[in-house]
Structures are given as C-alpha cells and as structure tokens.
Design a protein around this ligand. Sequence first.
Ligand SMILES: [Zn+2]
Length: 301
Amino acid sequence: MAFKPRIESLELLILRILNTRMELTEEERRNYFNLEKGYQGEVQFDFLTEKLQSNCHILNDLLIESNNKDFQIDSTLIFQEPLYVFEVKYYQGNFIFKPDRLETLSGKIYQNPLDQLKRTKTLLRQLLQNLGYNIPIEGYVVFNNPDFFLYQAPLNEPIIYAPQLKTFMKKLNRKQSKLSIHHNKLAEKLVSLHKVVSPYSKLRAYSFEELRKGLTCSACHSFNVSLCGGKLVCYDCGCEEKIDAAVLRSVDEIKLLFPEMKITTNVVREWCVVIKSQKMIKRILKENYKVMGKKKYTYYV
Ligand SMILES: [Zn+2]
C-alpha cells in the first residue's frame, strides 16, 4: 500500500462538478480535460507500483517547496537506494521530440518533460542535502499511454514508454532493498512537506444561483435521474444509488464549491431538486451531521 496515496486534487473535483453544472469556456474545459487525463495516467501508473513486492515506500503526488521554488513529483519510490522520481505523462497521439520541447504533428507545443524532470531532481537533491540525506536520485519520464508515439526520440534519455513498463517494473521487483528507520523518516518528512494549494483563487468566480441544480448520477454525472423506492436511478447508465448516499454526495459538492456556505435543509433541497420532501432531507442531514442553531436558523456541520 502506498505510504502516501493519491487523491484527486480539489481543482479537479471542483472543475468536474462545474463542467456538469455550467458552461465552461473553451480554455477552462481544456484545462479540466487535461487534469482528468493526467490523473487517469497517474492512477494507471499507481496500479503498477502498487504491485511491487520489493521493499520500498511509495509516495504519490508530492508538491514541495525547496529554495523558495515549488516542484511537483507525480510518483516517488524510496528504495534503500536510490530514490526514484517519475514524471508521468499520459499524452496521446503522435509527437515529435525537439531538444527544448515536444510538438504534436499539428504543431501544438508542449514543455519538454525531461527539462521538468531535471528541475525536479535538482530541487529535490538540494532539499535532501539540507535535510541531511545523501541518497542518490534516479528520475524517469514515463509515457504510459499505449496510444503515444514519439518521433525522433532520443536514445540515451531517461524515458520509459508504455511497452517498456513491464520490464522496468520487473527490474524494480528484483531489487534487493532493506528499508531502515532512516528511510521511514525520510518518507514521513516528504509527506509532511507536501503542500495543498487552494484552488479557489485560480478558478473564476461562480455563484450558487447560476449553477444548474439537480442530483446527478454518481457514475456518469447525468442529470437524467429519478427517485425510485429509496434509490436514485440513472436512465443513462442504469446506475443505482441509495438516496441517503446521493444526498450526502450532494452536500459534499456544495461544501466543495462553496466552503463558506451554511448547509441548511433549504440549500440542500434546492440543490437536489428531485427530492421534494423537506422531512427526508432533514432526517439525512440530522443523521450524518452535527445540528447547529435552532428552528429556522438550523444548519449542519
Ligand atoms: Zn449514470
């Protein structure tokens, strides 16, 4: 099991909800899909590292500051030696390698991930030195989308392509590694340094009023749902969910989108639309949250 599991970023969670409940601009939508895709690629890489039998600590997704500069590591594996860092790119399609960038065949330019990796390794090395660790660092860029092809790919760069992942993981699996308390402390230290950045200032302003209301399907996010015998049923994908779970999921959405908003029966009923019964919402909130205030000033935390 990962020493630090991966969770979806707040920005991704919020954009996922906004994408179903309002019209995003072209740029916002692109950013959202890139985040979804990136996350999907990282999770696929996690499936492989989770299967490792050798002795190592797995730290997924770190955002750390070193020398006043932030750097992000998609995946870190601490072996007795070395410490591996992976920059995971789930790019799809045909790309051309240029020394300073990657380009799609249609001319779209991407930052060269090898430069990113170099920067990460430098900043991490400085940080480890400052912390008194002298463990060697090895880094790789992982292109793990099977539908990715790189023209003019360099031969001697630390890149792992999808068809090479199996062999690479086998190599890691054969590694002799003994972890000491020293390695434990390093893993704990890196996790403690992980920064959670608030996404709210980065996102455009939105209001409760302007967002489309209604319960959505937990699987496909469709609004095409209705209540049927205590369950929320989706007409698009057939998914069923207990009504309590669906309401609590909606409360989570409201809290995520509007962290300052007080959760009241009225707010939740307006958000859920298909649930007409105030009593039912009140019961669910009462059973799952702490009741604050009285009568018409009641809210739930
Ligand atoms: Zn559905």
